[in-house]
Design a protein around this ligand. Sequence first.
Ligand code: GLN
Length: 446
Amino acid sequence: RHFLARIERLDARLNAFITVTAEAALAQAREADARLARGEGGPLEGVPIAHKDIFCTRGVRTSCGSRMLDAFVAPYDATVVERLRAAGAVMLGKTNMDEFAMGSSNETSFYGPVRNPWDPERVPGGSSGGSAAAVAARLVPAATGTDTGGSIRQPAALTGITGLKPTYGRVSRWGMIAFASSLDQGGPMARTAEDCALLLGAMAGFDPRDSTSVEAEVPDYRAALEAPLAGLRIGVPREYFGEGLDPAVAAAVEAALRVLEAEGARLREISLPNSRYAVPAYYVIAPAEASSNLARYDGVRYGYRCADPRDLEDLYKRTRGEGFGAEVKRRIMIGTYTLSAGYYDAYYLRAQRVRRLIRDDFLRAFEEVDLIAGPTSPTPAFRLGEKTDDPVAMYLSDIYTIAVNLAGLPAISVPAGFAHGLPVGLQLIGRHFDEARLLGAAHRFQ
Ligand code: GLN
């Protein structure tokens, strides 16, 4: 009731929620109370959460921030939704997001932008901007997000919360609407590393319904939080402190690194020489996969259908023309172009090779260091509208996060002070499946 009352009072301004499921939440909460009274209940029994509106929820609209799915009600729950519910979590609603998770500011949503609780004239980041703003404004203690190129970490950084992008394959993608399937990964967004550890423990694990889900033991992430940092080797990539980084952000991140050093971690400079190719490679690969994944929205099987189509071609054209927003269309056009005969080798295949080089950079670095640390985002939250006319400027706000997805690595953004009075995130990147170590280091900032 406390959180529902806050949503009621504050969300008209923030626009963090697309759908609030108050009645169902209260019913679930009563069941949770009854289980707790009997001494039963899961690790998250009765804990209110919100789901990014990209996760399918049975009987509750799943819009993906798009007009295309404005009236779509999924007939099943995503694995993440199912698992968190089984752990006892109570869903309060579905959060706002960039359309089909394409964006870094939450301004591409069909439902309008989300405002940053720290300054309502600024963006909360994206694409999981609704989840980030909801947690930051204490409308909910924790939420789910997805991260294809930074969409958990960048909004976490811009709103002063903690967000973890797990290793690719750690959390099932089943029931999570596909954007770029080889990069998409769901994860937790919460106030602290400890809360993220609790959520990840419930979300992670093998799922036979996702062919890229990995059959690996889920460790007790919470138990690993107190592991000492003495002797931990942390690599600081020189490429992450170059041109484009706001000096006030750099200062906050350097102060955070000294906190880890004071706990016994050893910092050393490293190089990730192919970093500068990450954004260009991503903006070939992600749109290519998106153009293929979004072909299913044809007006026949899912969601929106245009009125009175004359014939099949008219149905396709007008449904997609009216149902998708400008950024989604831009991605579909780029992706269709780079996958077409004659351009495939020059763009798509080349981007895949660059992707391998980027991954190799990380694997080489991890022979010498246990974690990699740097800023999550080059600037704090920017103004609404500031980058909407310049897609490339918008794309550059993910310059430090995108390589992690190309390499399939886990990474966390944790609050690391302020720049210009706005929150700054420290990004920690780990080896594949080393989420426990990331959470342990992030736990120092609670
Ligand atoms: N901002 C990036 C994009 O627009 C990443 C989004 C994401 O991680 N979903 O594609």
